[in-house]
Ligand binder design. Sequence first.
Ligand code: ADP
Ligand code: F6P
Length: 462
Amino acid sequence: MSKLVIVSNRVPSAAVGRSSAGGLAVGVLDALKRQDGLWFGWNGKIEENPAEAGLSTYRIGRLDCATTSLSREEYDAYYRGFSNGTLWPAFHYRVDLARYASREYAGYIAVNERMASMLMELVDEDDRIWVHDYHLIPFARACRRKGLRNRIGFFLHTPFPSEGVLRTIPPHRELVEALCDYDLVGFQTRGDAQAFLDYATRRLGLPLDADGVLRTRSRRVRVGHYPIGILPDEIQNKSKARSRSKLVTTLKQGLQERKLIISVDRLDYSKGLVERFNAFERLLETYPSHCGRVSFLQIAPPSRSDVEGYRHIRRQLESTAGHINGRWTELSWTPIRYMNRAYDRAALLSFFRASQVGFVTPLRDGMNLVAKEYVAAQAPEDPGVLVLSEFAGAADELADGAIIVNPYDIEAMACALHRALNMPLPERLERHGHMMQLLRDNSIRQWRDHFLADLEPLAVAA
Ligand code: ADP
Ligand code: F6P
């Protein structure tokens, strides 16, 4: 019987559920945990001779996981170098933080080749293969060279930049050509898919059929947008179940009846944390009635700490939070609580439910699952308000229910916080009901089903 094979750089560990900070692992697991399949990728370890060490295998629910480690050289070139030093910043429009080294690009290609060789041993002829994210753009190309003919789909969890930005990555053409070795290329938003199509048609000169299918010499490549979702009702139940937990009681005791603004992100420069801290301070300056009456909790576990841009943003945040707290703290009130730790998901959801405002303001984000989780975790009879960046993919769906802000506009963000903190119940109910409906209509199950249906072979053109 044919099986579904998932390939991604990050694979949840066997001890899953405790603190998987990262949209890919959380989303894909929610989508697939109840079906049979194989998940293949990196186990997060660095070892001297990974090819010789072979695969580690374990099960999560009905999924078989098979993982490999990376050597130090591979990790430096493929993960820390080209993936997170070149592609990640450029795909998030931070060309000022992107660097390029041909040696790292060569390492990126080599790891894709090695992982493709390992996968060859695990797939059968009629398996469908679903590859995830920017670490593995050349994966299908490597598989095709080794003779694999299976249907292979690719989904990008990050934004895909417009041509002007994409061209700052020296091997931009090769990357887009490599994407054309997939049968299906999926993006989070219509804008991302369009940016890819613009490049493929204008720069590569590929013809595009009316139904969004690119024609290359060897295949027809379907291109589409598949906004990743969540399981809204499961999240609502989880947040309710934990709403009287010890952690929530402690949180509420610390707040002493004050309102709570909450943000939860990996500590990443794409998330707009500094601008967010500044907007909170501007709220206190512009609307002093909030002083002493509202606290801001930012939970941000460190991520990719060995990449320079991440070390820098961490220092910057520590100094910004210290500066703001130094200026505003009173004996009985600390305005910003800034925590660099991960919590288990159920705890986070219960914190969301205990807050009045979810403050989600990335400078650029593929989707941002936290925005969706925040909405789903609310008590439907007394929901909090989502303040959301227009540059998160989630804004395409949630624009009518959230207060949409430009994260570069500190004053406007302060106004939005003030509005959210004062929003009357009927308006909150209406906005929340609207967003919940959208989340239900486009849950993670629809995302999976829609993508996998489109991965099926195309009807032969007349
Ligand atoms: P990204 O994929 O860039 O990290 P997303 O918002 O799309 O951003 O996904 C982040 C996922 O990781 C969410 O499911 C969120 O609940 C989880 N997460 C984020 N921060 C934490 C944290 N501090 N502790 C545990 N889980 C977290
Ligand atoms: O969703 C974006 C993403 O980059 C995933 O690809 C990744 O797994 C996650 O964030 C966390 O980053 P990392 O895998 O580098 O720890």
